[in-house]
Design a protein around this ligand. Structure first.
Ligand code: NA7
Length: 534
């Protein structure tokens, strides 16, 4: 890698978050040489960039962590039930050190182009200012929520105070003490940050376009006895997670909503509510498929919102009616709705008072100018395809990825794409990753990919490529499955509805991690059925 000459490796991995780090470790331990290129200045991916106040995972720490190393999972101590961003970043940094990963990672390397050379069956990957990396395999670990979506708000450039997107929060402390702060957006990022910002700011104004479902985390310190018990049976728990629909083994009810009477239903909802987080979603098996069933649990949550918010008009404005519960990712919060009970916190309902323009001194909505010192954009991401489409990816015969995917992402199993030999996507569109415990999904993708590379090496193949037919069938299958659920009833980032002009196609595989892994294993066992090996 001296003097700008190309770096030659077996595999280049783009991204050093949960997926990229484990991919590096797994490939290296199987004897492949690897170079990781990472846009950030350190490891962490999502957990490197999303430093906004209150940033926290919505999956419990004992499950949202690697299972590949028994000593790692035994020795690492999580402090809280739901891990906060700084702790997750410490964890990933520890993993990088523990497995000596940093020596194969180039930081501050934002990849702009990846081109496949058919004659050599190699990829050349470019990041400005760095020597190109030439490798047989190109593995995209670029993240699902890694490209911030900054809305085109009139006047945004005129605003005189600081503007921060939650997904690119500065590393230095942002101090809102004594300030009037505006937050636009009430997805997970908004809902997590609003209570924390409210504790600091002199005034907080929340601009809400669509109310969202949120359930309390009931976060807190982990109980040492419970942790001891989990660690005593950790591998069993991990296996159960891996063999489950959502990458979380906790029991989802097999019963249907109307199998039981109202009284029983209410009790089940209450019990699950008190366990916190996504437990409520597992209350009945038909919540995600039957609108009437969904209405029951949705109304239960709306009841909780009415109880939490004192002012009836504010409560009313916060009630989600626009989409079924769970058709957008349910938010997991700490004191979100209660925050509106503070005198210094105000909610602006943009449906009634549309956002007109940002001004030098604030935001004007419904004819009223709200004066602000700082603006927070919790406006989400160009999800799932954003990062890949921003790289000039060119495959065989001049195929351009952004062009090929302009009508929606086309993958086989989410892992490969026709026209792009030797390219693998981790947690890609067409995989279940964003709907399940992401770390469990990532481990499955990484292991499948590493095993595939070994298979190619052992059998002297130099390239693998998804066939057009297999890809077509998979894309259809993914769409059909989604159409049978209530997911299609929400204008969510799952289908790109949050990015103006983006082709709306439902991207994640809704069939469950368990079924997905069975399919991937069957494909591999059948000599990589649906892929051409050369
Ligand atoms: P989300 O869930 O996409 O939420 C973005 C929020 O920003 C949502 O409330 C949007 O309202 C709002 N938004 C976006 N653009 C605008 C404009 N132009 N005006 C007003 N409001 C706007 O992103 P998050 O970062 O919160 O969460 C992403 C995922 O991270 C989450 O699902 C978890 O998996 C973790 P809308 O609903 O579109 O009306």
């Amino acid at each position: 890698s001296d003097a700008g000459g190309p770096i030659d490796v077996d595999a280049v991995v783009i991204g050093a978050g949960f997926a990229g780090l484990y991919m590096l470790h797994e490939l290296r331990s199987r004897g492949f040489s690897v170079r990781v290129l990472e846009a950030g200045s350190d490891v962490g991916g999502t957990w490197y960039w999303n430093r906004y106040p209150g940033a926290r995972c919505d999956i419990e720490s004992v499950d949202y962590s690697y299972s590949f190393s028994e000593s790692l999972q035994q020795e690492w101590e999580w402090s809280e039930r739901y891990p906060a961003q700084p702790e997750l970043l410490r964890y990933l940094s520890h993993v990088a050190d523990r497995f000596d990963l940093r020596r194969d990672i180039t930081f501050d390397a934002r990849v702009t182009a990846a081109h496949f050379d058919e004659a050599a069956a190699c990829w050349t990957v470019h990041a400005p200012g760095l020597p190109p990396v030439v490798s047989r395999f190109c593995i995209m670990a670029t993240g699902c929520l890694s490209v911030p979506q900054v809305p085109e708000l009139a006047g945004l450039d005129d605003f005189q105070g600081p503007v921060h997107h939650t997904g690119t929060w500065p590393e230095s402390d942002v101090d809102f003490t004594g300030r009037a702060v505006g937050v636009i957006g009430t997805g997970s990022s908004g809902i997590q940050s609003i209570p924390v910002i409210a504790r600091q700011a002199a005034r907080l104004t929340v601009f809400q376009r669509t109310p969202n479902f949120s359930v309390p985390a009931f976060n807190g310190p982990l109980d040492p006895d419970e942790v001891r018990e989990i660690k005593a049976n950790y591998s069993h728990r991990r296996r159960a997670n891996r063999a489950s629909v959502a990458g979380l083994e906790w029991a989802a009810n097999e019963q249907h909503t109307f199998d039981v009477d109202e009284h029983q239903r209410r009790r089940e909802f209450e019990n699950r509510w008190r366990r916190g987080g996504f437990h409520l979603l597992g209350a009945y098996a038909d919540i995600r498929t039957d609108q009437r069933a969904n209405d029951e649990v949705a109304e239960f949550v709306r009841g909780k919102i009415r109880e939490a918010v004192h002012d009836p008009a504010t409560a009313e404005a916060l009630l989600p009616y626009e989409h079924p519960l769970g058709s957008k990712r349910v938010c997991v919060d700490t004191g979100y709705f209660e925050t509106y009970n503070y005198d210094h916190v105000a909610l602006v309902d943009l449906r009634k008072s549309p956002l007109e323009t940002v001004t030098a001194r604030g935001v004007r909505a419904g004819g009223v100018e709200h004066e602000l010192d700082a603006l927070v954009l919790a406006t989400g991401f160009d999800a799932m395809t954003g990062a890949l489409n921003r790289i000039d990816v060119r495959g065989r015969d001049g195929y351009e990825l952004a062009e090929e995917w302009s009508g929606g992402p086309a993958t086989y199993l989410g892992l490969g794409s026709a026209g792009f030999p030797n390219m693998f996507v981790l947690a890609g569109p067409g995989s279940p990753s964003v709907l399940v415990n992401m770390v469990t999904a990532i481990e499955q993708h990484v292991q499948w990919t590493a095993t595939c590379l070994e298979h190619l090496r052992r059998n002297g193949y130099r390239s693998i490529e998804a066939t057009e037919q297999a890809q077509h069938d998979w894309v259809e299958h993914v769409r059909e499955l989604a159409a049978e659920t209530l997911f299609s009833k929400a204008a969510s980032w799952y289908l790109g509805a949050n990015v103006p002009g983006k082709q709306q196609v439902f991207m994640p595989y809704v069939g469950g991690l368990d079924v997905y892994e069975e399919i991937c294993e069957a494909v591999a066992a059948d000599d990589y059925r649906g892929f051409d090996l050369e």
